[in-house]
Design a protein around this ligand. Sequence first.
Ligand SMILES: Nc1ncnc2c1ncn2[C@@H]1O[C@H](COP(=O)(O)OP(=O)(O)OP(=O)(O)O)[C@@H](O)[C@H]1O
Length: 586
Amino acid sequence: MRRFVPYIKYLKAIRAQFIGSVLCAALYGIISGFVLNYVLMKKVLPAVFSEGARDMSTWQIAGYAALVPAVFLVRALAAFFNSYLVSLCGVRVLEQVRLDFFQRLQALPLNFFARHTSGDLLSRGLADTNQLQYTLTNVGNEIFKQPATLLFALGALIYEASSTPDAWKMLLCLASVPLAVFPIRYVGKHILRRAQQLQSQLGVVSDRLSENLSATKEIRAFGLEERETNRFRTAVQSLFHVQMKIVKYSSFLSPTIEFISSLGIAGTLVYAYYANIPWTSFLFIVGAIYFAYEPIKKIGAINNDLKRGLSALDRIEEILNAPLEIDDPANPVAVDRLQGRIAFQNVSFAYKTDTHVLKDVTIDLPPGTVCALVGPSGAGKSTFANLVPRFYEVSNGGVTIDGIDLRAMKVADLRRNIALVSQDPVLFNDTIYNNLLLGRAGATREEVEQAAKDAFAHDFILSQPNGYDTMVGERGGKLSGGQKQRVALARAFLRNAPILILDEATSALDSESEAFIQRALQKLVVGKTVLIIAHRFSTIRDASKILVFEEGRIVAHGPHAQLYGTSPLYKTLYDRQQGAGAEVRA
Ligand SMILES: Nc1ncnc2c1ncn2[C@@H]1O[C@H](COP(=O)(O)OP(=O)(O)OP(=O)(O)O)[C@@H](O)[C@H]1O
């Protein structure tokens, strides 16, 4: 239970409901453990079956009989309110945990996402939080009710045994109680291990599903349907296997505890026979034994739930406690609009191992430089560009903008000064207008439309069924590649940041889109420091500075005319690209 303590803070806002649920649980415990037994065995049965019972009026009989449903009614109300309020608390705590989980995902560095698959993260965010919610409400439901019931049942037993001559020896029947601890511990241990397997197997299933859904076209094109189904089947079968192990252990517990409690009752029966215990006392004590074992059985079951919840919590906390790595400094330098002088000073960088993919890179790009990054595949161009918005932290050296080390400013301040247009821009499943607005929240309608005009997107947007209010579909699926690119460029116009990072699309666009995009780009780059991961020779040639990457180093830099004569690698890359046409990568 200690593991859940840090989350108690989330109950603050609903303190009254939580206290209400505990009080209802206590009332339930008193009724189940004592009142029910007492009313039935000590009041109703003796009154109805005693020698003078024949003389009672119908009203008197009915009065005694009505006591039974009256007690059950109060117990039912206590159970209902306990369950309702506890569920409310559990759901509220989980709402916060889910939010924390999501917020953490927003703050974690990109490196983290390279280490975790999206299926695994989805499974932690959905299946594990669901399991935790189930545990919290289920365990919460019983955690006060059952111990209260046990306490009052034991109290009733001791009270009765001590007030009936010789009956105290009947308490020996409780000697079998400790026996119940063994199966509870045994099952709990196994369930914890299996629950961990179950949750991670759920991650595998979710991973297969999300990978499959993200590659629907490739699967059909390569005829991979059967292979995919088989892969999914294997994952689901493993899940089934682990699930059944859990069912086996959970189902084992209840009957075992019932059997142990029957041993106690059998012992009581033998003793009561020899000790001549009155039947009313005997029934009361057997009732109390039953009501004492029932909570033990339930506590065993909630122990299992708890173990499953703990394994889910472990997986959620792995994310909640994952180091942020890239965080704001304690005393950030105040940054408003930067000019855009980017400088790398002896920068080395490795993704995870010691293998550096950037090695001792030093370069100074004055504001307004349009800089093309070229080099063979894997040479480090994207990595270089990704260090500027501080998507990753350098291993050695430092990156500065306007002379300020990136680590000295707030991450949000830095990124507000950068616009990013990626190769395959992602649009959210929202209207075109709202997708544009992501460039700069708070922009006016006129500004948004002007940005769309600058990006040559305005006309195609107006020709959509609902103009700017047309929904773009999941990941912008209802727009063509060229249209998505223009929306992304319009977003960059709207942002109007001093630094622009552009990953040029490698796939061919139709010539009309291509021409629009080139014209938009020419306008967009004016007055900005631009890093273009360039794949078209026209872009490369027009750049004011070209950085040639090879195996993580900048081996040459300068304008096209100079590099063409001095850098053999650049000459080869450029000639190859020019020969192969606009679509071939550098
Ligand atoms: N997230 C990552 N995790 C681990 N290694 C990575 C990651 N991203 C890139 N790398 C590795 O870093 C090296 C440089 O990659 P980078 O993407 O910067 O090259 P690039 O020059 O942009 O290549 P391309 O032109 O093919 O996009 C490569 O060896 C690549 O395998």
